[in-house]
Ligand binder design. Sequence first.
Ligand SMILES: *Cc1c(COP(=O)(O)O)cnc(C)c1O
Length: 366
Amino acid sequence: MDLSNFDKRPAHNDFRSDTFTTPTASMIKSLVISSLGDAVYNEDDSTNQLEAKVAKLAGKESGLYCVSGTLSNQIAVRVNLFQPPYSILCDYRGHIYADEAGGLSTLSQAMIQPIHPKNGKYLTLEDDIIPNVIPDDGDIHLAPTKLISLENTLHGMIFPIDEIEKISKFCRENEIRLHLDGARLWNAHVETGVSIEKYCSYFDSVSLCLSKSLGAPIGSVLVSDSKFIKKANHFKKQNGGGIRQSGILAVMASTAIDENLPLLKNSHVKAKELGKLCQDNNIPLLYPVDTNFVFVDFEKAGISDELFNKYGDKYNIKVHGNRISFHYQISDESFENVKRALLDTWEDAKKNPAERSNQPSKFYSL
Ligand SMILES: *Cc1c(COP(=O)(O)O)cnc(C)c1O
């Protein structure tokens, strides 16, 4: 396989998620400089260096390399919480709630408060948090809110920093922990220019994915203070997440941060161009296109998954439901093809609209 030519990469036409990228030649070359120690015993230099690198970027004391964002989110929640009964408040679309196999209930024994933000985009302190927070005021019927989890980006949308600041202040004044699922915080950072460190300064713990937009083959890093990370490592091991010679994965992830972070911007430019094309052609969108996702409102447009798949096949692109994902390995040719496939789908749907389903719309935050 010619790894230097993006057009020949398996992911060049894959719009299903930003996880479908394949490791680059330089990631694979970096394997030869990897240390080979046992990370479970803290003896692997490459893993330690990756953890320190991401912690430094985030302005936190320590980092913990985890096999997945699900693991780093779930163990972060456990470390943030102490003794049930308690509740976790988050957006109803949050990955931590909607896409982690019910882990909040089973692993942390928490009641969940999944909130529909009034503005349809992101939680605000005034409209969504203050009216819903359950106080720890001695009422024995309640499960007080002890943790709020935000997600940035969420469905590609950027969480405004001013609102994060307000929520963070409120949490600190009310002894509520604040976690960030920053699987795609890289995208928010690249788009807004706000540093990763600044974003992270408002949170007690942050999970950053390496395998999403950045394209590392495996992993996430959880960052927080050293005491927190020590305990998180305990839960990581309990959940079967200890990896031995993880250096080979860590160096690939480190290379992905160095080389691919600057490339994210281009996938945002492409996604926005497709968003604009939708607007110009009256194709309804579900969400504003802030970063690398275009969510088409299939319900409103009368488009079925099957119809879009049909035109996807015709133009040799891979699609998955109503979320069109961009990553740095999408080729120019596939970009043109996704436009054609969507326009053809729309023309067809206008003539033969799909029946509106009674099913709740699906969330794609894989
Ligand atoms: C993918 C994702 C995760 C979990 O990452 P995995 O490595 O797939 O477990 C967490 N949060 C968000 C927002 C994600 O998109």
